[in-house]
Design a protein around this ligand. Structure first.
Ligand code: 9MR
Length: 488
């Protein structure tokens, strides 16, 4: 593209972005979203495994490629899941599904599609992964030059969607705005698409409720309000859809986690969310299983910058405000946090430092992470070779980071300190309700001869999976793991 065209595109994007920042800040100031502590017990919540251990979910999104495949399947084979397990030690995947594939005709669910999803879920489950099913959409659906919603659920009233070089700009095309308005019911419409959406989710939940690999459901990727925006959207039609879908899912699945996202534009950039407390029909407080799954994409990176030069300080500030806002919303929702997406073109200057910074932020927040995405290319830990194979990119070693995966008790802090090459983990062991030890992933690149533990007892070490299990029990635990030196 010619330089001037890029400039004008950037200018357009900047104008849109700055309008958004202003509008969202104003909305946040003007609209009361309720006290931060509504429904919250104050302490951080954790997603737990079947042994009652706090999970530190860590993995990738699978996969952007699924969006454009007619059958909705991602590019992976079982061997790719195996490769990921070996090379990254992940225990989590955000797996993309789409409404258009689940319900190709109104009320008719495609069981063949769900079987194929189940087969892939099994590839992960067999390797110890927890799978979050993400009902993905970008720009509503294929009929609005996006992906997600079926054609039968897309009503544009003849309004157009022009192609855009920056794909996010299609969100403000008239046809897209209209399709969302019809979906949210903010225009007069004869059909209730939200009821269909909730029913489709209940069908999916009915199909996966007994699958131990599936940890829960991400109700909608990056919601967009159409012509109703900001807190008016999040506390209005979005919360209403979440409540309806929650109720429908809980009719069939009492226990899976339900992940909710805020409106993406604005919150991805560190601005406040107006999402209100959502009551889980299974109970309040520690009974509730609603998790908060926002994305983080600082605006300067959206504009094509790397994590360098002037943009770096801006991105750093964005990460700070993103954390403040995310923790605020999570407290309001009484929800643990999983960063459903973070990512960058890893060939940009400073990109690797940025990815490490987000991982560090997640450690500080006690948040899970799913990197966007596993699709081979410049954003990914893998790229295609000329002969069609896969090889690691510069990003892979950054994502392959020492981390606890499951903590047998109430986590206090954990951190990979790259400078001192120490994994530090502290927690309070529980008297009852938690079984097993604390599981730590020690990648070969940092711990070639395994880990030396101070402050705790080793239960087991598996050099193949690189999992070290440390004993827990009532009381405070503070362990440090350093690489076993060559001379030992
Ligand atoms: O990386 C994806 C890009 O290749 C697609 O063109 C685009 C539109 O489908 O989606 C990108 O992925 C986005 C994801 O779906 C939602 N969050 C932001 C991701 C990166 O832009």
């Amino acid at each position: 593209m010619a330089g001037s065209a890029i400039k004008s595109l950037r200018a357009k994007w900047r104008i849109w972005a700055s309008c958004w920042v202003t509008a969202a800040v104003a909305a946040a100031l003007l609209v009361a979203v309720g006290p931060d502590s509504a429904g919250a017990g104050g302490k951080r919540r954790w997603i737990t495994d079947d042994q009652g251990r706090a999970l530190v979910l860590n993995g990738l999104n699978t996969a952007s490629s699924a969006k454009s495949e007619p059958n909705g399947m991602p590019w992976i084979k079982a061997a790719d899941v195996q490769r990921e397990k070996q090379q990254l030690g992940s225990n989590f995947v955000r797996f993309l599904i789409q409404w258009r594939n689940v319900e190709p005709r109104p009320g008719a669910y495609d069981e063949t599609y769900l079987d194929q999803v189940a087969e892939r879920v099994h590839w992960y489950g067999a390797r110890g992964y927890h799978v979050m099913l993400d009902m993905h959409q970008d720009v509503y659906g294929p009929k609005t030059k996006g992906n997600g919603a079926p054609a039968w659920a897309t009503q544009t009233d003849g309004l157009l969607v022009a192609e855009q070089d920056q794909w996010e700009l299609k969100y403000i095309e008239p046809g897209t705005v209209r399709a969302f308005d019809h979906f949210w019911g903010t225009r007069q419409s004869s059909r209730n698409l939200r009821a269909r959406y909730a029913a489709a989710w209940a069908h999916v939940a009915g199909r996966f409720r007994d699958d131990p690999a599936v940890i829960g459901y991400d109700l909608m990727n990056e919601p967009w309000g159409g012509s109703v925006q900001g807190a008016a959207f999040e506390a209005g039609p979005l919360a209403a859809l979440y409540r309806r879908t929650l109720a429908a899912i809980r009719e069939v699945d009492h226990d899976s986690w339900i992940f909710v996202e805020p409106e993406a534009v604005s919150t991805n950039w560190g601005l406040p969310s107006g999402l209100p407390y959502l009551k889980d029909p299974r109970g309040d407080g520690d009974r509730a299983r609603i998790a908060y799954a926002p994305h983080v994409y600082p605006l300067p990176l959206d504009l094509g910058n790397g994590y360098s030069g002037d943009a770096k300080a801006w991105v750093r500030r964005t990460l700070g405000s993103w954390r403040t806002q995310t923790e605020r919303t999570a407290r309001r929702l009484n929800a643990p946090v999983v960063i459903g997406e973070y990512g960058i073109d890893a060939t940009l200057p400073g990109a690797l430092t940025y990815v490490a910074a987000v991982r560090r932020l997640a450690e500080e927040m006690g948040a899970g992470t799913a990197y966007w995405s596993n699709d081979p290319g410049p954003w990914s830990p893998w790229e295609r070779t000329k002969r069609g194979g896969l090889r690691a990119t510069r990003l892979l070693p950054v994502l392959d980071r020492p981390t606890p995966l499951a903590i047998a008790g109430e986590p206090d802090t954990y951190e990979w300190d790259a400078t001192s090459r120490t994994l530090k983990v502290s927690w309070r062991g529980a008297r009852r309700g938690v079984r097993g030890g604390t599981e730590l992933y020690l990648p070969e690149r940092h711990f070639p001869r395994g880990g030396r533990v101070t402050g705790g007892d080793v239960i087991s070490w598996d050099a193949k999976s690189r999992i070290l299990v440390v004993r827990s029990g009532p009381g405070k635990h503070r362990v440090r793991i350093t690489p076993v030196p060559d001379t030992d």
